[in-house]
Ligand binder design. Structure first.
Ligand code: ADP
Length: 236
């Protein structure tokens, strides 16, 4: 698939209120097709809410989200879920099922052809092939995260939404994730507290604070030291 067919993400004047509390306030944000944006911000800034709205898991109060130029906030086409892969602290795995059973379940859910081969390939990629028969409840947090990564990639989504994907991963798994993200055949929106990793992998960075987008920049000429200073200035 060439970059031309990968959808971009457009967020316009997005507001989310919980009662009188404003979790997001008129956020405008673009992730260009095939590009990688890392979003930072302190706890409670609204990052997960923003990701949840784009993933279709949270309803916005006002504003719009576009995928591929098409507004998805009003009438959400079920097939959109097929194009999005989500990885967050919530693994969406069933504890009592084995690794293989979990992935087969999602393979069927997504209607993937030849899902056996795809599952084998992904378990290899994330280094979990030898544990395919283990119930998920017997795995460590990091192993579960590896399986969750395989689950998020199973249907080869062209949009990846990642919420703190690094948590619990060991050095090997971090290297695997970095390689996958470097392939650049997807549009990626990453939320993390890890300034160095986010800056290193992304094309653009943005900072959300108290529901507002307060900084956005390309990463090309942005050093880690400079970005740390900017983050301190914008995230307090
Ligand atoms: P972040 O991911 O940046 O830590 P969140 O998007 O999780 O921030 O939360 C933003 C704010 O919205 C927080 O103050 C949080 O308490 C509030 N919030 C999130 N979800 C809900 C909810 N379902 N009900 C009420 N308040 C919520």
């Amino acid at each position: 698939m060439g970059n031309g067919s990968i959808p971009g993400i457009g967020v316009r004047q997005l507001t989310k209120t919980y009662g009188r509390f404003r979790a997001l306030h008129r956020v405008d944000l673009d992730v260009a097709p095939g590009s990688f944006l890392a979003l930072f911000g302190p706890n409670g800034a609204g990052k997960s809410t923003l990701l949840g709205i784009i993933a279709g898991l949270v309803r916005p109060s006002r504003g719009q989200v576009f995928l591929d130029g098409e507004e998805i906030t009003k009438d959400r086409d079920e097939s959109l879920g097929q194009r999005i892969g989500v990885l967050s602290y919530q693994t969406y795995l069933y504890d009592e099922l084995t690794v293989l059973e979990n992935l087969r379940f999602y393979g069927k859910l997504y209607g993937i052809d030849n899902h056996r081969e795809r599952i084998e390939e992904l378990l290899d990629t994330v280094g979990m092939a030898s544990r395919s028969g283990s119930p998920v409840r017997t795995l460590s947090r990091g192993m579960r995260q590896r399986v969750a990564l395989a689950r998020a990639l199973l249907h080869d989504p062209d949009i990846l939404l990642l919420d703190e994907p690094y948590s619990g991963l060991d050095q090997d798994a971090l290297a695997i994730l970095k390689t996958i993200l470097a392939e650049r055949n997807k549009t990626i929106l990453l939320v993390t507290h890890d300034l160095a990793r986010g800056l290193e992998s992304a094309d653009r960075v943005a900072i959300l604070n108290r529901g507002r987008l307060v900084f956005e920049s390309g990463t090309r000429d942005l050093s880690q030291v400079e970005f740390e200073r900017i983050y301190r200035d914008h995230a307090s």
